[in-house]
Design a protein around this ligand. Sequence first.
Ligand code: NAD
Length: 261
Amino acid sequence: MTARVCVLGPSGRMGRAVLEAAVARDDVRITAAVDRPDAGGLGAEVVGGLRATSDLEAGLAACDVYIDFTSPTATRAVAEAAVRHRRAGVIGTTGLGPAEDAAIAELSRVAPIVVAANFSLGVNLVLGLVRQAARALGPEWDAEVVETHHRAKRDAPSGTALMIAKAIAAGHGADYDRVKRHTRDGDVGPRPRGEIGVSSVRGGDVIGEHTAYFFGSAERLEISHRATSRAIFSTGALRAAAWVTGQPPGRYDMLDVLGLE
Ligand code: NAD
């Protein structure tokens, strides 16, 4: 079956990447492209005669599943509208807070939703690897995550860095909120045992780089992932869109889509 897809934010970096990646696939077909009312490019053709609009209701009515790489505010508004249409969703927006999570939870009661801060196969494997490493090495090995992204990225730390740091905490059997350290500045004192640090670097056009460090005594393990094209995210999101339309209502992640644990 070919899933009919509504792409949100066709003028955005990820929206454009999704439109480009969809052309080569036969398991999805773009049937709507919806942007915010003041976005550039409204009315312009985005793919095969299809034009970008700001009519969300019409866009949701014309699809089986929507793909959302926008902003937390938009993600919440679209999820609320999608409840009325009982539309499946693939959500990649990062920086989501409790209000957005609540709207997604509401939608997942009536439709299947994939939510992932990173749609790449490599990063989803990294999550399993860092958890395994943290379990084997224990909190004696100081764990730090460093992420680097382009200068336009709005949220920090990246959603992917948070997933990696939480996977390390899970490997330590620790409560992440108790051990996290997202920034260091001033007289922070010696590093407490079991702390998990996350640092953010911003600059240029870097698509996304993440390294988990495990510092032992006289040795260091590094597990790194570097994205060199947004196609890895857009291809993953389209794969998720084709997969999710066949699922019962609920909230899924990329490990479900990839068939990994
Ligand atoms: P961007 O600023 O280039 O694009 C955002 C798009 O959303 C724009 O086209 C904007 O017009 C549109 N938009 C805003 N409000 C809207 C609304 N109400 N309705 C419809 N469209 C709306 O940003 P980007 O670099 O494409 O990133 C978007 C999001 O995706 C960010 O949160 C980013 O962190 C995340 N991201 C996730 C992954 C992943 O794998 N999950 C990968 C890359 C980026």
